[in-house]
Design a protein around this ligand. Structure first.
Ligand SMILES: NC(=O)c1ccc[n+]([C@@H]2O[C@H](COP(=O)([O-])OP(=O)(O)OC[C@H]3O[C@@H](n4cnc5c(N)ncnc54)[C@H](O)[C@@H]3O)[C@@H](O)[C@H]2O)c1
Length: 318
């Protein structure tokens, strides 16, 4: 069993990663800038909770050394573009380089960290190539996306220059009970409203009814990071999420109606950006092959689980 530091441990993906690693019997230091132990459930009592900032290299070194950390899952950072681009660069580029540097100095055996499917450009830039694999050129068009490309390049350099064992995973939009309201939290918001019988809209960011997207439940992307930190050294360094399901937005709305037939649900009103939204679709076969992870949930089974959780939470408050 390994001693593992999870950064961003009480976030949307970090919480299920931490819970899963505890279930497998590993010894975990759960680090977050804004610790929210409630997200860890019973696992909160099994881990060492540390409030820490990945932009603080000295603090990171001290946590790793004191905790005799052998492996790291690095999920902390800015998860979208903020109104202050420098915050994104600090949290992602500086924070992630600090994690690589601390791991190099202290001979950490493996760092598995979160890049993003946002490294790719708009799908029309790829023509009719079908699903994008990891050999396709990246084309980031925001500071957040560019920060992830920078971290990928830095990870490759640490691997080549210092033989650091690094595994980068590119999650697609991953949803689950946890963050509400922005990015993938918009999906959770929709599921929660449908669960509680409130009027809901499916977020416009996925585009019009015929647009396609690849759902990935937080528990499944968490299993990918768990495999990424534990499997014997894989051949590659960068992996698309091991996606398999592809849904149109219309099929997504239909799935909601199959699960909750009287749902008050529609597609959010779209602006020009969303009506032409065009999200590249990923080939997830490399991660399936080398990390041995295939999603266990479909969109339908995932929202069934989320709806059940939200209804139980509401019942507990009345
Ligand atoms: N959820 C998705 O759909 C998605 C998609 C692509 C990539 N990712 C990447 O996966 C990673 C995890 O995302 P998430 O959805 O769990 O996000 P999240 O916001 O739920 O969790 C991130 C956690 O990091 C913590 N954090 C932020 N800055 C920190 C710092 N400087 N030091 C220590 N902790 C800090 C936050 O408090 C938060 O708990 C991120 O790197 C994100 O960019 C997520």
């Amino acid at each position: 069993m390994a001693r593992i530091l999870v950064t961003g441990a009480t976030g949307l993906i970090g919480a299920p990663v931490t819970r899963q690693l505890v279930e497998l019997g590993h010894s975990i230091i759960a680090q977050d800038l804004f610790l929210n132990p409630g997200r860890l459930g019973a696992a909160a009592d099994e881990v060492e909770l540390v409030r820490g900032d990945v932009t603080d290299l000295v603090g990171l070194l001290s946590t790793l050394k004191r905790g005799k950390v052998e492996r790291i899952v690095h999920l902390a950072g800015a998860v979208a573009d903020t109104i202050v681009p420098m915050q994104v660069v600090m949290a992602n580029c500086v924070g992630t380089t600090n994690v690589f540097e601390a791991a190099r100095i202290l001979d950490v055996e493996r760092v598995c960290w979160a890049s993003s499917s946002g490294v790719y450009g708009r799908s029309q830039e790829y023509g009719a190539t079908g699903l994008l694999d990891e050999d396709q050129l990246v084309g980031p068009f925001t500071v957040y996306r560019a920060s992830k490309v920078t971290c990928e390049q830095v990870s490759l350099a640490y691997r080549d220059q210092y033989d650091l064992d690094v595994v980068g995973i590119r999650p697609v939009t991953s949803y689950g009970v946890g963050r509400l309201g922005s990015g993938s939290g918009l999906i959770a918001d929709t599921v929660r409203r449908v669960a509680l019988g409130e009027p809901a809209v499916f977020p416009a960011m996925f585009g019009p009814r015929e647009a396609k997207w690849q759902p990935m439940y937080a528990a499944d992307i968490a299993r990918t990071f768990v495999a990424g930190v534990l499997v014997p050294r894989p051949e590659h360094v960068i992996f698309n999420a091991p996606v398999s399901e592809i849904l149109t937005v219309g099929e997504t709305l239909e799935t909601f109606r199959q699960v909750v037939p009287d749902a008050h649900l529609d597609l959010a009103t779209m602006g020009a950006a969303e009506s032409s939204a065009d999200i590249p679709l990923l080939d997830g076969s490399r991660a399936q092959r080398e990390l041995g992870v295939v999603p266990e949930y479909t969109f339908r089974t995932a929202i069934e689980e989320m709806i059940s959780i939200y209804r139980q939470e509401q019942a507990a408050t009345v």
